[in-house]
Design a protein around this ligand. Structure first.
Ligand code: PEP
Ligand code: MG
Length: 567
């Protein structure tokens, strides 16, 4: 069994076809007629734009507007004046068009590859894709046709570029395995849009397979099996059938309200890391955004994003959600989230150190940039501000003071914003949970971050495998904490949501219903399943289960009860 990253959920079994779409050979030579060579480049550009637009249009028909934008982005990238000028300058100096395109693309690939952020690194793949296609046009090399693979194919490739993915006939492809790419790589996004199971980042996979070899692709667990035994094939065929059946059944929840079995309506939102993801939430039928982790905007660059850059990102998310609620969390740096250019000192206990709101309130000038961007963007949708890792009342009070100051500033500059913008608190620490009643007087809403709440309540590093057995939201201490927060928020009349992973746990959902959780924020892929689970529980049934669960003493007992009661 080979381990990778689950890029697109589902199970596929089929025969391997290796797709290698390397750079075509060309003869490097010096040109004397640079005008004619420039013209040859311009002609190739025209063909490139035309072909790419055709692919994007075909993609739009297959999987919708949003995914076609990746290919349209290639047109924008190659038309970038800086890139164009660089190529033209090299041709002007006597390089042939192939060599000029190749070396300029090289420069961009190495520039993008060095950035820590996965999304920016993804652009290196995009430029690589552009290079291969431009060189093919210039050298007259025919395109390989991924669309010709026979039914039941498992595509194996070093990387699947957007243009290759665009040619896929989804009915013929059982699965995809690649050597590079992560959850947010374009190949993963497109595989998810095409609903093809995919495992990415499998080390050396291309060298381990040959055409025609059988392979199992488990996109749920992120593993693949080469030359599976008969019993493994049977096991995965059952898994695939069950998965497809469940997925089909869940479609009945599309377009529906999220209601308990006895008719109480709750909100079901999606978690996002960048404005693009908001489109995924809409496509998944999410009713809003319950957590926009803004760190990713800060990680993709080598300096702080400007107010305008942040404003554009927040506004884009708000506009995508078309007036639905978008809860944006202010910078949650430190702990497990490093932003190298901030130059934070190494600490002995980073999870207990200078992070999140603590960092922001000691760096008010840069925090104000973010808050101002959020306020300005609030004129374009229902944006709410959320403060992470709050441990005392002083922190939320200070953030609200800053927001009030900035509102005055914007008033004097006659810049629009939502005057009633809400400022909420993430409950992620035992301190916040214990003073939930006090925080509820200051905050407009709560959102429980169970990933951290579990870590801090259990005093267990969420990334440390040795103590992972303690890291569970089923621990009686964590259950009591969640209950306390929800009840305190409800008593004060403020909305209480949950944006940690526990909100999507089908076993825990009845307890959350019983405690009175009003908003569940989950990953886009979990939206329909969560709606389905909520629909199966009435308050009375959930209360009966919660009473039993709360009477138990150990995590194992709670887990056993919840598993036995699963619906
Ligand atoms: C959490 O702690 O539950 C949470 C949602 O935030 P993050 O996972 O980004 O720390
Ligand atoms: Mg957290």
């Amino acid at each position: 069994m080979l381990k990778g990253i689950g890029g697109s959920a589902g199970y596929g079994i089929g025969k391997v076809v290796i797709i290698s779409d390397g750079k075509p050979e060309y003869k490097q030579h010096t040109v004397t007629d640079t005008d004619a060579e420039l013209q040859r480049f311009e002609n190739a550009m025209e063909v490139f734009v035309e072909k790419t637009q055709k692919m994007a249009d075909a993609m739009k028909e297959k999987v919708g507007e949003h995914n076609a934008e990746i290919l349209e982005g290639h047109i924008v990238l190659i038309s970038d004046p800086f890139m164009q000028d660089q190529v033209k300058e090299l041709i002007g100096n006597g390089e042939c068009a192939e060599a000029a395109v190749d070396s300029v693309c090289d420069m961009f690939v190495s520039m993008f590859s060095q950035v820590d952020d996965e999304l920016t690194r993804q652009r290196a793949t995009d430029v690589g894709d552009i290079r291969v296609r431009m060189l093919k046009i210039l050298t007259g090399t025919p395109d390989i046709n991924i669309g010709d693979v026979p039914a039941g194919t498992v595509i194996v490739a070093k990387d699947l570029t957007p243009s290759m993915t665009a040619g896929i006939v989804k009915e013929n492809v059982a699965g995809i395995i690649t050597e590079i790419g992560g959850k947010t790589s374009h190949s993963a996004i497109l595989a998810r849009a095409l609903e093809i199971p995919a495992v990415l980042s499998v080390d050396g996979i291309v060298d381990q397979v040959s055409d025609g070899m059988m392979a199992v692709v488990d996109g749920c667990e992120g593993v693949c099996i080469l030359e599976p035994a008969m019993d493994e094939i049977a096991e995965y065929e059952t898994k695939r059938a069950d998965y497809l059946k469940e997925k089909e059944l869940l479609q009945i929840y599309r377009g529906k309200d999220t209601v308990t079995a006895d008719g109480t309506k709750v909100a079901l939102y999606g978690n996002i890391g960048n404005p693009e993801d908001a489109k995924g939430v809409v496509a998944a039928d999410g009713e809003g955004v319950g957590l926009f982790r803004t760190e990713f905007l800060f990680m993709g660059t080598d300096s702080l994003p400007t107010e305008d850059e942040q404003f554009e990102a927040y506004k884009a998310a708000a506009e995508t959600m078309q007036g639905k609620e978008v809860i944006i969390r202010t910078l949650d740096v430190g702990g497990d989230k490093d932003i190298p250019y901030l130059g934070l000192e190494k600490e002995d206990n980073p999870f207990l150190g200078f992070r999140a709101v603590r960092y922001c309130l000691k760096n008010e000038d840069s925090y104000k940039v973010q808050l101002r961007a959020l306020l300005r963007a609030s004129a374009f949708g229902d944006i709410k501000i959320m403060v992470p890792l709050v441990t005392c009342v002083d922190e939320i009070r200070r953030v609200k003071e800053l927001v009030a100051e900035l509102k005055k500033e914007l008033d004097s500059e006659k810049i629009a914003y939502n005057k009633d913008i809400q400022v909420g608190v993430m409950i992620e620490t035992p301190a916040a949970s214990l003073i939930a009643d006090l925080l509820a007087k200051e905050a407009d809403f709560f959102s429980i971050g169970t990933n951290d709440l579990t870590q801090y309540t259990m005093a267990v590093d969420r990334g440390n495998a040795k103590v992972a057995y303690l890291y569970s939201a089923y621990n009686p201490a964590v259950l009591r904490s969640m209950k306390n927060v929800i009840e305190a928020g409800n008593a004060a009349g403020i909305m209480v949501g949950m944006c940690g992973e526990a909100a999507a746990d089908p076993l825990l959902i009845p307890l959350l219903i019983s405690f009175g959780l009003g908003e569940f924020s989950v990953s886009a892929t979990s939206v329909l399943r969560t709606r389905g689970t909520i629909a199966k529980w009435s308050k009375a049934d959930a209360d009966a289960l919660a009473a039993k669960a709360l009477s138990l003493s150990t995590e194992a007992e709670v887990a056993e009860l919840l598993k036995a009661s699963a619906r």
